[in-house]
Ligand binder design. Structure first.
Ligand code: SF4
Length: 316
């Protein structure tokens, strides 16, 4: 690991000021992804700004009946919150499907949606990777890519975004609150939070340098049956090959988002109009334009079958 300096801050303003002051800065909260990346020298910040003590650890109701989740709320606390379990079951179930108990105790809301891809070549510094080293190439295209993207990819990168709770946030129309280094705040729709890889897969989100996530906001509850089904190579502590997050209403209408298929949680609102017609019709629209590799074509029928199971469970 390369040497770095460290400071702890008490307010978001102090965090962004420290970022602006010190070149090569990086925020650290739970550190469940960043520390691994630093040990492998995939990320080499010169200065760490510890934001884990910021008073952003509350889950509070919003004026319009929604819920505001502070960026420092731990995954375990969020998953077990009574309001989340009652009104946003998809969030709770997706969180519990991710990582391990120990990691969920450390990992934060803000860090969860910023976690980086699990493409094996991203973690292998002997291999070319446009995301890790822009312009170096992509070892995954033509390589071991059975876990990688079938939608939204480019000739430069076919990585997937691995967050489980991100699938729930997308289905529930969440937004991300931030403050930038000039002190300006804004809300970014979670639908617009991730950037398509294009020719610049190292640029992953809509955040500007130093822009700090302060909260994730959920709109008022939409009711319905909330189901998160994650398909993975082993029963726990594994990332999704694909996942389906769904909210299904009594009349058969609802919402669906997918994980493990693209650079972002994948939702196609037009596909949801097909929900009363069944999984095949929904999958056809959700997966329109899919481009598979020699190893990951299995994801397309897997999505349809998993969705069929989820819809049957919702009816059940
Ligand atoms: Fe790197 Fe993306 Fe290619 Fe994986 S798919 S090797 S992350 S450029």
């Amino acid at each position: 690991m390369k040497s770095f300096t460290y400071e702890r801050v008490d307010t978001p303003a102090a965090a962004t000021a420290a970022f602006a002051r010190t070149k090569g800065s990086r925020y650290i909260a739970g550190g469940t992804n960043l520390l691994d990346l630093m040990k492998l020298e995939i990320e080499t910040p010169g200065h760490l700004i510890d934001i884990s003590r910021l008073a952003l650890d509350k889950i509070e109701p919003t004026a319009d009946g929604g819920l505001r989740i502070g960026a420092m709320v731990r995954n375990t606390d969020l998953a077990s919150d009574a309001r989340v379990r009652r009104d946003y079951g998809l969030v709770s179930r997706a969180l519990v499907a991710g990582a391990s108990g120990q990691l969920r105790n450390k990992a934060t809301m803000g860090g969860n949606i910023l976690q980086r891809t699990r493409c094996p070549y991203f973690y292998d510094t002997n291999q070319p990777c446009n995301k890790r080293q822009p312009g170096s190439g992509c070892a995954a295209i033509g390589g071991f890519n059975r876990i990688l993207a079938v939608l939204g990819a480019s000739d430069a990168c076919i990585a997937t975004q691995p967050s489980d709770v991100g699938v729930a946030l997308r289905a529930l129309d969440a937004s991300v609150e931030t403050v930038d280094v000039a002190g300006k705040t804004r809300a970014i729709s979670y639908a617009d939070f991730y950037r398509a890889p294009g020719k610049t897969p190292h640029l992953e989100t809509a955040l500007a340098p130093g822009e700090l996530i302060t909260a994730v906001t959920l709109p008022k509850p939409i009711g319905g049956t909330h189901i998160y089904h994650k398909v993975r190579d082993r029963a726990s502590y594994a990332f999704a090959l694909i996942s389906v997050g769904a909210v299904v209403q009594r009349d058969g209408t609802g919402r669906v988002a997918l994980g493990g298929v693209a650079y972002k949680p994948w939702r196609v609102e037009a596909a949801e109009a097909e929900l009363p017609r069944g999984a095949k019709a929904v999958a056809a629209k959700l997966l329109a334009g899919a481009k598979t590799t020699h190893e990951n074509a299995y994801k397309l029928p897997l999505v349809e079958r998993t969705l069929a199971g989820v819809l049957a469970q919702a009816k059940g």
